[in-house]
Design a protein around this ligand. Structure first.
Ligand code: NI
Length: 252
């Protein structure tokens, strides 16, 4: 059994074949899926999906890309979503200085507000961090809340080490299967299985050999297999450990 710890399964991403996507996930032994919100609208849609399927859970938060597009009462709206027992995390939240779709000051403000919200609600965080680890660690340390996962990790060995020291889990996506990901593959070898999660980030970032196509939860196995190969351990071990870790972190 596997868990896809980070997917974006609003119906709009899978208009034509949503039930087939879920059937393929079941066939591939994907036991649970954590459906991640990025905007208030997507959080609402994602929660609707989670409420419709017993094996899908939801996470609510505002993505750094959308940090400058929220209404003044967005935290209250997130809090209202989080009252639903299917909501198991706050995310994805964080900082993205690579695309910088929202100004940095606004990203920093929204991230801190949502870390505080997670702390207040005692929920783990799904953190998006790209080219912004120093500021990310600074805010987490300022709030002093360290429960969660760095999702779709693409940082360095040092950044992984720091995240682990703070107590975070690290989640790997299909990026680890890409040919140009040698540096990241070295990070995979160093991160202990006890602190590792796997994810698709579907519909984005499909692993090899599906790269460039729409991603879906069933493909998380390809990432798990790559991790097993890199660590020279059985696929079954990766499945067991990452499933256990994901259930522990998100209390599934
Ligand atoms: Ni994502």
């Amino acid at each position: 059994m596997f868990i896809d710890s980070h997917a974006h399964l609003e119906y709009s991403n899978y208009e034509a074949d949503f039930s087939e996507v879920l059937a393929r996930a079941k066939e591939a032994k994907i036991e649970l899926i954590l459906n991640i919100g990025t905007t208030l609208e997507h959080c609402k849609q994602g929660l609707e999906v989670a409420q419709s399927y017993p094996h899908i859970f939801a996470s609510v938060g505002i993505h750094p890309h959308d940090a400058n597009k929220v209404p003044a009462d967005y935290l209250d709206q997130l809090k209202a979503f989080a009252k639903n027992p299917k909501v198991k995390a706050i995310g994805e939240i964080g900082l993205d200085y690579y695309y910088e779709h929202s100004p940095r000051e606004i990203q920093l403000q929204r991230f801190e507000e949502q870390v505080r919200l997670a702390q207040e609600l005692n929920l783990p965080m799904s953190i998006h961090c790209r080219n912004a680890f120093q500021d990310c660690f600074e805010i987490l340390s300022k709030v002093s809340y360290f429960t969660g996962v760095f999702h779709c990790f693409t940082g360095t060995q040092e950044e992984a080490k720091k995240a682990l020291e703070l107590g975070f889990y690290i989640s790997f996506s299909g990026i680890v299967t890409f040919k140009k990901s040698q540096a990241l593959q070295e990070v995979v070898k160093q991160v202990p299985l006890e602190k590792m999660l796997i994810e698709t980030d579907a519909p984005f970032l499909a692993p090899e050999p599906h790269r460039g196509k729409r991603n879906e939860p069933a493909f998380v196995i390809l990432t798990a297999q790559k991790i097993a190969d890199l660590k020279a351990i059985p696929l079954e071990t990766v499945a067991q450990k990452t499933t256990h870790n994901t259930k522990t972190l998100f209390q599934l």
